[in-house]
Design a protein around this ligand. Structure first.
Ligand code: SF4
Ligand code: SF4
Length: 343
């Protein structure tokens, strides 16, 4: 069947009242925020070219329905929402069925194509995972373990720890640089001051709050190493600004998770992250101190770094193909700063 027909079939499973209730966030049946957002997004989209194999669509529908009847019999009214989302994610959005915050799947975007690797994937027939686009973690995990072992050998244990946590947090690439080899660009700071990003003078994460270029350089040089990390996102189209905003939100969340893992295990560290801070609805800058100073991740550009240059030096891709966006961050640390597990 044409994917556009499948989209119509999924949408027509819901009445006008059910759509209105979804929009207002008060559906009669229990619907997760992810499922609600996916369905509302599906209704807005008009661009699903290609075909989905009838047999696969039918088989997935039957598998999900059977699963729900067996494990969630008390909420029959909610089943069609779940089935609709499984069909939409698999055949239309072409992404894993479950949200990343639930199964913590990893993504790898290269040349405008995404691959997903799910640690919760159940092997064997009869499970919904059989239909999911996610692959098992095996191949990705062994490649990363080999890279981490090589990092431990060539750079040291602190670098290996940071790299392992970078991957665990969901980032796709990592590269290590000596801070002494870094360049700090006044013209990048001038671009900040031009306020094209609309972050300048708006938060504690951007200039002027992060200090002068010289102060930023001194802070960076107080560490021995900079580990650059990145994550790429496939967009419905490159002008979809709401998808870019969502991707940025995910990137920031992953960077905060990375900070939470590293802070107790390194004596000192600083995490820089793509652009400014959008954590609070209204930033306290400049009247009061930041609400989360421990977790504040200053802007990597605000420190005067040219990210394309850093990516090249670190040997990781700056761009990942058509209709993608790639965000960057960095961990600054010292090789002798790894705390033993008891400290
Ligand atoms: S592989 Fe299975 S658990 Fe993972 S996202 Fe897909 S359906 Fe969900
Ligand atoms: S965490 Fe909140 S207060 Fe702190 S810089 Fe970000 S937006 Fe401002």
């Amino acid at each position: 069947m044409k994917k556009s027909e499948l989209q119509k079939a999924i949408l027509s499973a819901f009445t006008q009242e059910e759509w209105a209730a979804l929009e207002e966030g008060r559906p009669k049946a229990p619907v997760s925020p992810f499922n609600r957002e996916t369905l509302l997004d599906l209704r807005e989209r008009e661009d699903f070219p290609g075909e989905a194999a009838d047999e696969r669509v039918r088989a997935l529908r039957e598998t999900v329905d059977g699963y729900l009847r067996r494990y969630w019999p008390e909420e029959p009214g909610a089943h069609k929402y779940v089935t609709a989302v499984c069909l939409a994610m698999t055949f239309l959005f072409e992404k894993p069925m479950h949200p990343p915050e639930k199964v913590h799947y990893h993504s790898l975007v290269r040349d405008g194509k995404a691959r997903y690797f799910c640690p919760a994937r159940e092997p064997g027939e009869g499970s919904v995972c059989e239909f999911c686009l996610s692959e098992p973690m095996g191949e990705l995990e062994s490649r990363r373990e080999a890279l981490i072992s090589e990092t431990a050998r060539a750079q040291g244990e602190a670098s290996a720890l940071v790299q392992r946590e970078v991957f665990r947090a969901g980032f796709q690439d990592s590269g290590i640089l000596e801070t002494g080899a870094l360049s700090f660009h006044r013209e990048v700071r001038d671009t900040c001051a031009g306020n094209r990003c609309r972050g300048y003078d708006r938060s504690w994460a951007c200039p002027p709050a992060v200090g002068s270029l010289e102060e930023c350089r001194d802070r960076v040089l107080g560490y021995e190493k900079l580990q650059l990390f990145s994550k790429a996102y496939l967009l419905p189209d490159s002008l979809d600004f709401s998808a870019v905003g969502k991707a940025m939100g995910d990137f920031k969340e992953c960077a905060r998770a990375l900070g939470r893992q590293l802070r107790p295990r390194l004596s000192r560290l600083l995490i820089l992250s793509n652009e400014g801070c959008m954590r609070c609805n209204t930033c306290t800058w400049p009247e009061e101190a930041c609400r989360f100073p421990e977790e504040l991740q200053p802007s990597i550009e605000g420190f005067g770094f040219l990210v394309s240059e850093l990516a090249k030096q670190a040997g990781i891709p700056y761009m990942n193909g058509k209709s993608t966006v790639t965000f960057f961050g960095a961990v600054l640390y010292n090789e002798n700063g790894r705390l033993s597990e008891e400290e």
